[in-house]
Design a protein around this ligand. Structure first.
Ligand code: FES
Length: 569
């Protein structure tokens, strides 16, 4: 016997409450039979003109609706907070957990049976998945899809990655301001997310590898008609998932998270995937830790996309996309159920690679071991990470003197000073950019190379911070140092002139200062006074977990799947 649908608690009653729930919905012209017990599908949309990467989601929602109606369901689209990575201040990450709260409460409070998450820009996919995981209905993701390749002077240019390069070239005097401005217009040529393997495409890729979207979702360009067709098919499938009672938690299993880690390594994915996967796992109730990311360490880099390689997402799509990557990883992937009800390896069925320079075979990779490295040591007792595929190999084993910036203002004010006492061997250290410190853990870990060194031709240095880094960025950048400086981590105690040692091969990050000296410095250390004293930002600073726990708010970890009553709230 089919289980009674969740929506019956809203629309199944022949009484005053049922009248109210149905009658007000009928003001949109929905007929009686829309409320006859068929699956009601929420389309959770992060469309916004202030989130340009998600500006195509209105169209995709219509595609999902077509599929839902076709399959005998009733689609209802609703908005949630949208997070425009390039537009929000102080940083979009501050609001990821607020989006997650919005998504969770919207799904729970309304009479829907299943949900399609429409997201794309960096924080929208994880924020939506975190919120949906805490309610645990049947759920599928449809992503915005990447922009078309950027173009400048007849050549391809990539979102983010080339901005960092152009900006350094202007600072070095190698690029005119006029060219810089022209590149700005050629970079973003269509709706969609960054077309490098930045955080948005990384999250879409790992979501596909987890079986939480239909196959090919990650790489189809935003404006490709096949993305509309994929939305339509997703609408059809979510209705079936409701009938099958196939919930998010049956797809987002530990095996699926492990597949996400493996896929993240193979695509050269963003360091941000770490913090987001940890937070999503916390919502589902899976005890994922930084150590689990070590299963990806020896996975080769297969996808030759910026920032780790040279191509862009459009090329990745035409080469075959994620089904080819999954096929290449076939001996590594864990058996795991997908939203289609079968095993993840079914996503690789019939996959053919059409350009083996864009997607390399497993035995001829771009780099042999591409997974993120987890670092520990007295400078990061709870962990830090570095992305070897985007780093300078020689710098991954490096010891040098620290030059310390106490906060972002200090860094911005002094980085280009001609008398800054730094050399190419210096290790730049930035404090005050963790979850509590900034607050919101911005993408500033790839601090600029000091101007005087840029002029000498230096393009990379070891940089260490409690910040994050854009998924489009590159360099030998140690990130997510935990505990952060503002939580009293040893990072707070580093002084200019201290020696720091990084060994990616040993997974070590050490401050070469004795315990006795550190104890003296700790006794004199005072935390900064909080500069957010009201509203959501205060709640965030008071309750945010450290990066090694996913930077969720402590009271949002886990889920509540009880029927909605006054007592359950
Ligand atoms: Fe939105 Fe890159 S800024 S995806």
């Amino acid at each position: 016997m089919t289980k009674e649908k969740r929506n019956r608690a809203w629309y199944g009653k022949q009484d005053r409450d049922g009248f109210i729930h149905r009658s007000w919905m009928k003001n949109q012209g929905f007929p009686d039979h829309a409320f006859d017990g068929r699956p009601i599908i929420g389309i959770c949309n992060t469309w916004s003109e202030l989130t340009p990467c998600n500006s195509g989601l209105r169209d995709l929602a219509e595609g999902v609706k077509r599929g839902v109606w076709e399959a005998g369901g009733f689609p209802v689209e609703f908005p949630v907070m949208s997070l425009g990575e390039t537009q929000m201040k102080p940083t979009a990450m501050l609001f990821r957990n607020l989006l997650a709260m919005d998504v969770e409460e919207s799904i729970r409070a309304y009479g829907i049976d299943g949900v399609v998450l429409l997201g794309g820009c960096d924080k929208t996919t994880p924020g939506q998945l975190m919120g949906a995981a805490s309610v645990d209905l049947p759920t599928i993701v449809v992503s915005s899809g990447p922009m078309l390749n950027g173009k400048f002077k007849g050549k391809d240019i990539g979102s983010g990655t080339d901005v960092w390069k152009f900006s350094e070239a202007v600072r070095a005097g190698d690029m005119t301001l006029k060219d810089f401005m022209n590149a700005e217009s050629g970079m973003s040529r269509s709706k969609g997310v960054c077309m490098t393997m930045g955080t948005a495409s990384t999250m879409a890729s790992v979501v596909e590898a987890m079986g939480m979207s239909l196959p090919t979702n990650a790489a189809l360009p935003a404006v490709d008609a096949r993305r509309m067709a994929l939305s339509h098919m997703t609408g059809k499938r979510i209705v079936e998932m409701v009938e099958e009672d196939l919930k998010l938690s049956q797809v987002m299993t530990r095996a699926a998270f492990e597949n996400a880690i493996l896929a993240n390594a193979a695509v050269g994915g963003s360091t941000n995937a770490v913090i987001h996967l940890l937070a999503i796992a916390g919502r589902v109730g899976i005890d994922l830790s930084l150590d689990d990311f070590e299963i990806g360490t020896d996975i080769p880099l297969l996808v030759n996309c910026m920032p780790s390689g040279k191509y862009l997402m459009e090329d990745f799509c035409y080469a075959g996309g994620m089904p080819v990557v999954l096929s290449e990883l076939k001996d590594k992937l864990r058996p795991a159920k997908t939203v289609l009800g079968g095993d993840i390896m079914a996503y690789a069925d019939g996959a053919e690679c059409y350009n083996d320079d864009v997607i390399r075979p497993f035995d001829n990779p771009l780099k042999p071991a591409a997974g993120l490295r987890v670092l520990r040591g007295n400078l990061a007792p709870n962990g830090a990470i570095v992305k070897p595929s985007a780093a300078t190999e020689a710098l991954l084993e490096h010891e040098g003197e620290a030059y310390v910036f106490e906060n972002i203002e200090d860094m911005k004010a002094n980085i280009d000073r001609e008398d800054l006492p730094v050399t190419a061997d210096t290790i730049l250290v930035l404090k005050g950019c963790g979850p509590k410190g900034y607050p919101g853990m911005p993408e500033v870990g790839n601090m600029p190379i000091p101007a005087k060194l840029v002029k000498e031709g230096v393009r990379d240095m070891v940089r260490v911070s409690d910040a994050r880094m854009s998924g489009t960025a590159f360099g030998t950048v140690v990130l997510h140092v935990s505990p952060e400086a503002n939580a009293g981590g040893n990072l707070a105690l580093v002084k200019t002139g201290d020696r720091v040692r990084l060994s990616a091969s040993k997974g070590a990050l050490d401050l070469l200062v004795s315990d006795a000296v550190l104890a003296e410095r700790r006794a004199a250390w005072q935390p900064d006074a909080p500069h957010y004293t009201r509203g959501y930002a205060k709640m965030y600073v008071d309750t945010v977990l450290q990066a090694d726990k996913g930077a969720d708010l402590d009271f949002l970890v886990g889920k509540d799947t009880r029927p909605v009553t006054r007592e359950s709230h």
